[in-house]
Write a protein that binds this ligand. Structure first.
Ligand SMILES: Nc1nc2c(c(=O)[nH]1)N[C@H]1C(S)=C(S)[C@@H](COP(=O)(O)OP(=O)(O)OC[C@H]3O[C@@H](n4cnc5c(=O)[nH]c(N)nc54)[C@H](O)[C@@H]3O)O[C@H]1N2
Ligand SMILES: Nc1nc2c(c(=O)[nH]1)N[C@H]1C(S)=C(S)[C@@H](COP(=O)(O)OP(=O)(O)OC[C@H]3O[C@@H](n4cnc5c(=O)[nH]c(N)nc54)[C@H](O)[C@@H]3O)O[C@H]1N2
Ligand code: SF4
Ligand SMILES: [Mo]
Length: 732
C-alpha cells in the first residue's frame, strides 16, 4: 500500500493552518496538525481535521452538472459546459449589454487565491461593473471607516505584546477572524492573560471569548455605537488621550469630542442596559492600564445590528485618540512575506473618497463603494425589469439561497435568471436552482500558499498573519479517479478563450478597493496562455514577494523568515493626518443619539432580539451535512436563556416558529444561559428551500428569510439589519 504523509495548508478559514495530510492509495485519509510547523505547532480545529471527509464526501460532485428540461440534473463535461456557457453569455451580452452579466464571489474564493483574481479579470474583460462579493453582507463598514479615517502606515500593534484589547461583537476563539490572531487563538489569548493582558469583551452573549475576559459588558444588541461613544467620552473627559499623538497625527478631535458628549455614562447605561460603573472601568482600563496598550476590533455581531459603518469608525477613533498604532522604531507586526516588501512609516495615509461613486444601482440610491457593490441589492437588480437588468449570474464558492438576506426574494430572483452558473463542490441550495453547476477541485487537490491569509490585513486592522510567515505546498492528492474537475481560475480562462477576451489579471496589495496601495499591483495579461498551470500562475502572483516563492517552497512545513522590519520615522514633509471628525459619520452618531430608544426597546409584538453567532464545526453553510462535523445535529437551534424558555411555558428542544416583522421560520429551542434573557441567537446559512420547513431537524432553517432588504438597511453599503432582528418565538 502506498502511504504518504506530507505537509499541507487548510484554507477553510483565514487562519490557513499548516497541517499534515496522509494519502493512502491516492485517497486523502487523515489530516492532523503539523507539530513541525513553526507558527501553528500542531494546532488545527475540527473542520481542518475533517478535510478527508470533506474531500471524500459521498455528495461531492465529481462531474459538472447541467439542468435538464424536466428539472433533473445530469453530468456534462467541463469543456462542453464552458462551450455552452460562453455561447449563452455572449448571447446575453449581445442582446442586453454587459451589465446583464453579474458575478458573485462567496467565502470559498478564499482557499484558491487565483480564482477571485481571474473571476475579476473576466468581469472586467466583458466590461460589466456587476462584480459582487460576500463582503457587503458581512462587515463592509470596515472599509467605509478606513476611507473616512485614513490608514496608519506604521501598521497595527501586535496582540502578543499588548496589555489591553477591546473586542466588540466578535468571538475569535471560534471564528479565528479578528483581534486575537487566528493562528491558534486560544493559546495566544492564554499567553496574553498569563502575561497580564486585560481583555474587554462587549457581547450580549457570554461567548467563549467573553468567558475569558477581564471585563465582559453584556449589553442589548445594537447599542455598540452608544457604548463606543460612551467610552470615548469618558476617555476625553478624564483627559486620558494620547495628546502628543493627537497633535501630530489627528484631525477632527474637537468635532469628535462634541459628538460623543451626549453619551454620558448614565445615558449609555440606560440605553445599552449595562452598569455605568462597568463602562467607566472599561474606559479607564483600556486607556491607562499597563505600558503597552492595545487596539479595538469589532466583528460581525456589532456590524450587522445596523450602524456598522459608525461602529467601525468609532473603533478607529478610539484607537487613534489613544495613539494605539505602531510607532517609529518599533517592529512591523505584519511585514509581508509572500506579499511585497514595503516601508512602514509612523505617519498617516489621509482619508479618501469611500462611497457614492462609480456604478449606480437602480434601487435604493445605492452605488459602488470601497467595500464593493451592495450584494443585498443584487436580487432586486435581477428582478427589476428595464435597461440594465441582470440576466445572468455566476456564483463562485458562495450560497445565496442560504446566506443572502430575504430568502424568498433571492429565490424569485435566481429562478427568473436566464442563466445561473454555480461553481460548487456539491448541489448546494443555490446549485439546486442553477442551469449549470461547475464541479471544482478541492483544497488538497490544488497547490496552495498562504498569500490569501496575509492579504486580509488590507481588509481591516486586527487581521492577517502577525509574523513574517509563509508556506507553499504542491497538490497532495489527485482528484478522484474517473472525475472531471476544473480549478475555478481555469473555468474563467476557458470562458475568456471561447469569447476571444483579453484577460488582464491584477493582483492588488492594498485596501479600499485599490484606493490604498502599500505596494504596486502586479498586472499580467493572459492572451493565448493555454497550457498555464496553477504553479506558474502562483509564480506570477509572487513575482514581487518579499521572500521569493522558491525560498518559501524550500520550507515545506512553513517558515517564519528572518525579516528585520522596523517602523521608520515620519517623512519630514508629511502633513497627512487621520480624521476622527468625519462629518457624515458623526452626523449618523447625532441621529443615533436622537433616536427614541425607549420605544424601540419595548415592542411587545416582537419581544426578543435575534443575534448571529458562528458554529465551531461549520464554515457558514459548508460541512453541515457531514456526520463527523454535525455529530448528529445537522440543524441550527435557536439558543435562548432557560428562564426565558420557562416563561414562554416551553422546554428546551421544543419546535417553535421564529417570526420577524418580515417573515417566519421554523426552529428548535435550545437552552443557553450565556445569553441575555431578551436575546435569542442562531447560526446563519442553514436550512432548505422555503418549501422544506418540515425538514427543520435535518437541515435547520435560514435566518436570511427573516430579513427584508429594503426596510432597514445602510444607505451607503446596502447592508440590511442581519442582526438585532426583532422576533417573537411561539410554539409550533
Ligand atoms: N443572517 C445572516 N446572514 C449572513 C451572515 C450572518 O451572520 N447572519 N453572515 C454573512 C457573512 S459574514 C458571510 S461571509 C456570508 C457568506 O455567504 P456565502 O459565501 O454566499 O455563503 P457560504 O455558505 O460561505 O457559501 C459557501 C459555498 O461554497 C461551497 N464550497 C465548499 N467548498 C468549496 C470549494 O472548495 N470550492 C467551491 N467552489 N465551493 C465550495 C459550499 O458548498 C457553499 O455552497 O453570509 C452572510 N449572511
Ligand atoms: N468556525 C467558524 N469560523 C468562522 C466562520 C464560521 O462559520 N465558522 N465564518 C467566518 C466568517 S465568513 C466570518 S465573517 C467570521 C466572523 O467572525 P466573528 O465576527 O467573530 O463572528 P461570530 O463568531 O459569530 O461572533 C460574533 C459575536 O457577536 C455577538 N453579537 C451578536 N450581536 C451583537 C451585537 O449587537 N453587539 C455585540 N457587541 N455583539 C453581538 C455574538 O454573540 C457573537 O459572540 O468568522 C469566520 N470564521
Ligand atoms: S482554524 Fe481554520 S484553517 Fe485552521 S484547521 Fe480550522 S478551519 Fe482550517
Ligand atoms: Mo463573513
Amino acid at each position: 500500500m502506498s502511504t504518504t504523509t506530507k505537509p499541507g495548508i487548510c484554507r477553510i478559514c483565514s487562519a490557513h493552518c499548516g497541517v499534515l495530510a496522509t494519502v493512502v492509495e491516492g485517497k486523502l485519509v487523515k489530516v492532523t496538525g503539523d507539530p513541525d510547523n513553526p507558527l501553528f505547532k500542531g494546532y488545527t480545529c475540527a473542520k481542518g481535521r475533517a478535510l478527508p471527509e470533506i474531500h471524500n464526501n459521498p455528495h461531492r460532485l465529481l462531474h459538472s452538472q447541467k439542468r435538464q428540461p424536466d428539472g433533473t440534473y445530469g453530468p456534462i463535461g467541463a469543456e462542453r459546459a464552458m462551450d455552452e456557457i460562453a455561447t449563452a453569455l455572449q448571447n446575453l451580452i449581445d442582446r442586453y449589454g454587459p451589465r446583464s452579466v453579474a458575478l458573485y464571489l462567496g467565502t470559498n474564493g478564499l482557499p484558491y487565491p487565483a480564482s477571485a483574481l481571474m473571476a475579476n479579470a473576466f468581469i472586467r474583460a466583458i466590461e460589466s461593473p456587476m462584480f459582487f462579493t460576500a463582503n457587503t453582507i458581512d462587515q463592509p463598514g470596515k472599509q467605509i471607516a478606513l476611507a473616512a479615517h485614513g490608514h496608519w502606515l506604521g501598521g497595527d500593534i501586535d496582540f502578543h505584546e499588548a496589555d489591553s484589547w477591546i473586542l466588540i461583537g466578535t468571538n475569535p476563539l471560534i471564528s479565528k477572524s479578528i483581534g486575537i490572531p487566528g493562528q491558534n487563538p486560544a493559546q495566544s489569548l492564554k499567553n496574553a492573560i498569563d502575561r497580564g493582558m486585560k481583555l474587554i469583551v462587549i457581547d450580549p452573549r457570554r461567548s467563549q471569548t467573553a468567558a475569558r475576559a477581564a471585563v465582559h459588558i453584556q449589553p442589548r444588541p445594537g447599542e455598540d455605537a452608544a457604548i463606543l461613544a460612551g467610552i470615548i467620552n469618558i476617555i476625553i473627559t478624564e483627559k486620558l488621550c494620547d495628546w502628543r499623538f493627537l497633535e501630530e497625527n489627528v484631525d477632527g478631535f474637537d468635532e469628535l469630542a462634541k459628538a460623543v458628549s451626549g453619551f454620558t455614562p448614565t445615558y449609555v447605561a440606560e440605553r445599552a442596559d449595562i452598569p455605568a460603573d462597568q463602562l467607566i472601568d472599561a474606559a479607564r482600563l483600556f486607556a491607562s492600564y499597563g505600558t503597552r496598550g492595545g487596539m479595538v476590533n469589532a466583528g460581525t455581531g456589532a456590524n450587522m445590528a445596523m450602524h456598522g459603518n459608525l461602529v467601525e469608525y468609532l473603533c478607529l477613533c478610539l484607537t487613534s485618540i489613544c495613539g494605539r498604532w505602531q510607532r517609529a522604531g518599533e517592529r512591523v507586526t505584519r511585514p509581508n512575506t509572500l506579499l511585497p516588501a514595503f516601508t512602514a512609516k509612523a505617519q498617516a495615509h489621509p482619508p479618501y473618497e469611500g462611497w457614492g461613486y462609480g456604478e449606480r444601482l437602480r434601487v435604493r440610491g445605492l452605488t459602488d463603494a470601497v467595500c464593493g457593490m451592495p450584494t443585498a441589492a443584487l436580487a432586486d437588480e435581477i428582478l427589476l425589469e428595464g435597461d440594465g437588468q441582470v440576466k445572468a449570474l455566476i456564483c463562485i464558492g458562495g450560497n445565496p439561497m442560504a446566506a443572502w438576506p430575504d430568502q424568498r426574494k433571492t429565490m424569485r430572483a435566481l429562478e427568473s435568471l436566464e442563466l445561473l452558473v454555480t461553481l460548487d463542490t456539491e448541489m448546494s441550495l443555490t446549485s439546486r436552482l442553477a442551469h449549470y453547476v461547475i464541479a471544482p477541485m478541492m483544497q488538497m487537490e490544488t497547490p496552495a500558499m498562504t498569500m490569501g491569509s496575509e492579504l486580509i490585513k488590507y481588509y481591516t486592522s486586527g487581521t492577517g498573519i502577525p509574523a513574517p510567515y509563509a508556506q507553499y505546498v504542491p497538490r497532495l492528492v489527485e482528484p478522484p479517479r474517473g472525475s472531471d474537475l476544473t480549478e475555478e481560475w481555469q473555468f474563467f480562462l476557458g470562458l475568456a478563450k471561447r469569447m476571444s477576451l483579453e484577460l488582464w489579471f491584477v493582483n492588488f496589495f492594498g485596501g479600499g478597493g485599490g484606493k490604498f496601495m502599500e505596494s504596486p499591483p502586479i498586472v499580467c495579461n493572459f492572451n493565448g496562455d493555454s497550457a498555464l498551470t496553477t504553479e506558474e500562475l502562483f509564480e506570477k502572483m509572487c513575482a514581487t514577494s518579499r521572500i521569493p516563492l522558491d525560498e518559501v517552497r524550500s520550507h515545506p512545513h512553513g517558515n517564519i523568515f528572518d525579516v528585520e522590519a522596523v517602523v521608520e520615522q515620519k517623512d519630514p514633509d508629511c502633513t497627512a493626518k487621520l480624521d476622527v471628525g468625519n462629518a457624515y459619520l458623526l452626523g449618523e452618531l447625532a441621529e443615533f443619539l436622537a433616536e427614541d430608544f425607549r420605544s424601540a426597546h419595548s415592542d411587545s409584538a416582537f419581544p426578543f432580539r435575534l443575534i448571529p453567532r458562528r458554529h465551531n464545526n461549520f464554515m457558514n453553510s459548508s460541512g453541515i451535512a457531514l456526520p463527523k462535523l454535525n455529530r448528529g445535529k445537522p440543524y441550527n437551534p435557536t439558543y435562548m436563556h432557560p428562564d426565558a424558555i420557562a416563561e414562554l411555558g416551553l422546554e428546551s428542544g421544543a419546535l417553535v416558529t421564529i417570526t420577524s416583522p418580515h417573515d417566519s421560520i421554523p426552529s428548535v429551542l435550545e437552552a443557553d444561559d450565556s445569553l441575555r434573557r431578551d436575546v435569542v441567537a442562531t447560526h446563519h446559512a442553514f436550512g432548505g428551500m422555503p418549501t422544506e420547513d418540515d425538514e427543520v431537524k435535518d437541515r435547520g432553517s435560514t435566518v436570511g428569510r427573516l430579513i427584508p432588504t429594503a426596510t432597514d438597511y445602510d444607505p451607503v453599503t446596502g447592508l440590511p439589519r442581519q442582526g438585532n432582528i426583532p422576533v417573537s418565538v411561539t410554539a409550533r
